[in-house]
Design a protein around this ligand. Structure first.
Ligand SMILES: C[S@@+](CC[C@H](N)C(=O)[O-])C[C@H]1O[C@@H](n2cnc3c(N)ncnc32)[C@H](O)[C@@H]1O
Length: 240
């Protein structure tokens, strides 16, 4: 049975596809196994594995990883349930990807430094570590613009789930995406919860400096365009 965390994850992240071409291109450019960091329900892992790439999904949330494994069916994928700031694997990767602002969830510069150290150890010589970041304050079209977004809705079993971003809030070094989540049970009873995802503020320059401090070489950045629901992002690329 799908967990509630996986349902919210599907609703809040699952429909994003503006970045997929970027990950496909990088997977074609860099040979060798791929590590997808913060893989969630497998949005990117499964796309790359279906194209025939050898992908390992690293995810800290066990219930999201369980959904990813179930969805992988007969496609072979590797999985590791671990904190990206403290992991070690017995193989090297030609490409390590960190999609969808995941690097902005690691607890600031100290958490990122631990991640960069771990990732640099796992990256093969000439391989690429690629990290997507966004500035949610930049006023672009989409989720960062402060406009009211439509609710994302689905039905699981006989219950209906709906979630809507209601506001952006700023505090020291972070932007919070506030959401209103609602579950309507078959008997009509309704549970409403507030949830906030705190995203660290950082820049491409800062990530490149942090990657260089971990011994990685700065490679050209890529851009991912904004959509009606998501801000655009920059993909920082660092070579091993
Ligand atoms: C914004 S979601 C992106 C999910 C997926 N990569 C995608 O693009 O659809 C961020 C994911 O990173 C995971 N995550 C957050 N902090 C993590 C950590 N320290 N180590 C591993 N995974 C983490 C979350 O559980 C979540 O699944």
């Amino acid at each position: 049975m799908i967990s509630e965390a996986a349902i919210w994850h599907d609703l809040e992240c699952g429909s994003y596809d503006a970045d997929l071409e970027c990950w496909r291109e990088l997977a074609d450019q860099y040979s060798g196994p791929i590590l997808d960091v913060g893989a969630g329900n497998g949005r990117v892992t499964l796309m790359l594995a279906e194209l025939g790439h050898d992908v390992t999904a690293l995810e800290v949330n066990r219930s999201l990883l369980a959904t990813l494994v179930e969805r992988s069916g007969s496609i072979g994928i590797g999985t590791i349930c671990a904190d990206a700031r403290d992991f070690q694997l017995d193989r090297a990767f030609g490409l390590i990807i960190v999609p969808m602002l995941t690097i902005q969830l690691f607890g600031g510069a100290e958490g990122r430094a631990r991640f960069f150290a771990a990732a640099a150890e796992q990256l093969s010589g000439g391989g690429c570590l690629a990290l997507a970041i966004a500035d949610l304050r930049d006023g672009e079209e989409g989720a960062g613009s402060g406009e009211q977004l439509e609710a994302d809705v689905c039905t699981v079993g006989s219950s209906s789930y709906s979630t809507r971003a209601t506001a952006l809030r700023e505090r020291d070094g972070q932007v919070g995406i506030e959401r209103r989540r609602e579950i309507v049970s078959p008997d009509g009873s309704t549970v409403v919860r507030a949830a906030t995802d705190w995203i660290d503020l950082t820049t491409a320059d800062q990530l490149e400096a942090e990657g260089a401090a971990a011994g990685l070489a700065i490679a050209p950045r890529r851009q991912i365009a904004a959509t009606s629901e998501y801000v655009g992002s920059v993909v920082v690329c660092l070579n091993g």
